[in-house]
Design a protein around this ligand. Structure first.
Ligand code: HEC
Length: 125
């Protein structure tokens, strides 16, 4: 009889352990999934914003400009932007908001969230 009780207790403990583990894993993967989705949404928003606001210059080959807009590929992979300014989120944000040379400022056009989405997208190019 006492042996039976011990066995039972173990089984309950094991079952409880599995539930705790399951809960832990599902909570974790749940969080990761929603962060991933949020990021994916930001990146696709950023991509659309880029097509609307930046691509016409930065992906163009036929602009008769004195200074060619630099390609925005691997922007954050190098230590410096084409101008020599540091390739940081802060600097690129400033460029977008204030403009640079003949690049127009976007602070009237894009809000904070849109600029952040754009930055997320630029990190993927
Ligand atoms: C009217 C054309 C035009 C548009 C639109 C434009 N750019 Fe530019 N951009 C330029 C030119 C030209 C330069 C080079 C400026 C310079 O260094 O004189 C530049 C430079 C940059 C640089 C590099 C700055 C540096 O320090 O070297 C970044 C980053 C940038 N643009 C991002 C963007 C983003 C993001 C958008 C869209 C929100 C955008 N640009 C829209 C023309 C444009």
């Amino acid at each position: 009889m006492p042996a039976h009780r011990v066995g039972c207790g173990r089984r309950i403990a094991a079952a409880a352990g599995i539930f705790v583990l399951l809960g832990f894993f599902s909570a974790c993967s749940g969080n990761e999934a929603s962060t991933g989705t949020r990021d994916a949404q930001a990146i696709s928003m950023g991509s659309a914003l880029y097509q609307q606001n930046c691509s016409a210059c930065h992906d163009a080959n036929d602009l008769q400009l004195v200074k060619k807009p630099p390609r925005q590929i691997g922007l954050f992979q190098k230590p410096a932007l084409p101008s020599g300014a540091p390739a940081t989120d802060q600097q690129v944000k400033k460029t977008i908001l204030d403009g640079r040379g003949i690049m127009p400022p976007f602070k009237q056009t894009l809000d904070e969230g849109q600029v952040n989405d754009l930055l997320k997208y630029l990190h993927t190019r």
